[in-house]
Design a protein around this ligand. Structure first.
Ligand code: NDP
Length: 301
């Protein structure tokens, strides 16, 4: 039986719809809308598109958004100065530093310069550490979006065919600090049994075949083949890879969709799966940071 297609676009739309209601209520209560500031360094075309989409959807939800565009040869010191300014700006609740940064800039220093309670991506070492010890505050948007897709898929499956997440064996392929690692931490908190695989994992196809839930976050077009997928498994494909096929440029994931969708129980498409959820959870995190600041939970006033 072909897999159920997990519609990330639709769940993201519903998530944004609910957020817009929350934002309207909070804006009424506190007298100002949540503020999101995006920093973009250089002229990477994909990053431009991502920032434009994030800002447009933020505005549609009632969030105030500003963009700070810096030249590709901006020094690290100048970038840190921009972050300092936004840290100090009371109208800014959430700061997003769009990655990748130019090679001459130390990413970790920049991410750790954002105040943890304005760190909308959850990339600050403090937020990563809190997630790792099971005390998550702000969680990176992509894995958080994947978790929402998994909860929606497993919680709402009428036939119960896919089962609840607790107790399931989840295999996450890829251990980056922005996707794989936080994904593994979230699934652990969900009471899954988690295997975190990477480029040095032996017998990767066999490891994947053991997965009830398989998350691919590798950055290699269609690396995960259909025969790697256990029949009935849920497959979340984080990968976004641009490839040329028959002279046409198109996006594919890290999973060979045509093969895997014949075997999986449920699978995300690319595009239209994880991507829209990443943006929805960026907005969700913005609202959470705003709410916590206004409630004084962060101690920031
Ligand atoms: P990184 O390059 O930072 O990490 C890739 C990970 O994959 C590494 O842990 C690496 O292992 C592992 N890996 C590489 N090759 C193999 C292999 N042959 N076998 C097993 N593991 C391998 O990538 P990101 O985590 O940043 O992104 C992953 C993918 O997700 C990309 O396609 C990216 O575009 C996409 N993405 C999509 C988002 C969305 O919103 N949908 C958001 C963010 C990313 P090792 O650590 O050993 O090197």
């Amino acid at each position: 039986m072909p897999a159920k297609i997990i519609d990330g676009k639709e769940l993201a739309r519903r998530t944004r719809e609910q957020l817009a209601v929350t934002v309207a209520e909070l804006t009424e209560t506190f007298g100002s809308a949540p503020g999101l500031a995006a920093i973009l360094v250089g002229d990477d075309a994909a990053s431009e598109t991502y920032v434009r989409t994030k800002r447009r959807q933020a505005t549609e939800c009632g969030i105030r958004s500003t963009a700070h565009r810096l030249a590709g040869d901006t020094t690290e010191a100048d970038l840190l100065e921009v972050v300092r300014g936004l840290n100090a700006d009371d109208a800014v609740d959430a700061i997003l530093v769009q990655l990748p940064l130019p090679r001459h800039i130390a990413i970790r220093r920049v991410l750790d310069s954002v105040l943890p309670y304005k760190d909308v991506d959850g990339f600050h070492s403090r937020n990563a550490g809190l997630l790792a010890v099971g005390q998550a505050e702000t969680v990176p948007c992509t894995p958080r979006g994947c978790l929402a897709l998994l909860r929606d898929t497993h919680g709402d499956d009428e036939a119960g065919r896919l089962g609840k997440l607790a107790g399931q064996h989840a295999v996450v392929v890829g251990r980056s600090s922005i996707v794989g690692r936080p994904m593994a931490a979230l699934l652990t908190a969900e009471n899954c049994t988690v295997t975190l695989a990477h480029s040095r994992t032996r017998n990767l196809p066999e490891v994947c075949q053991q997965a009830d839930v398989l998350v691919a976050a590798v950055g290699r077009p269609e690396m995960v083949r259909g025969e790697w997928v256990r029949p009935g498994a849920t497959v979340i494909d984080v990968g976004i890879n641009r490839v040329e096929r028959d002279g046409v440029s198109r996006l594919v994931g890290d999973v060979a969709f045509d093969e895997a969708s014949e075997i999986a129980g449920a699978i995300t498409p690319v595009p239209g799966g994880v991507g829209p959820m990443t943006v929805a959870y960026l907005l969700h995190n913005t609202v959470e940071l705003y709410r916590r600041r206004r409630a004084g939970e962060s101690g920031s006033g």
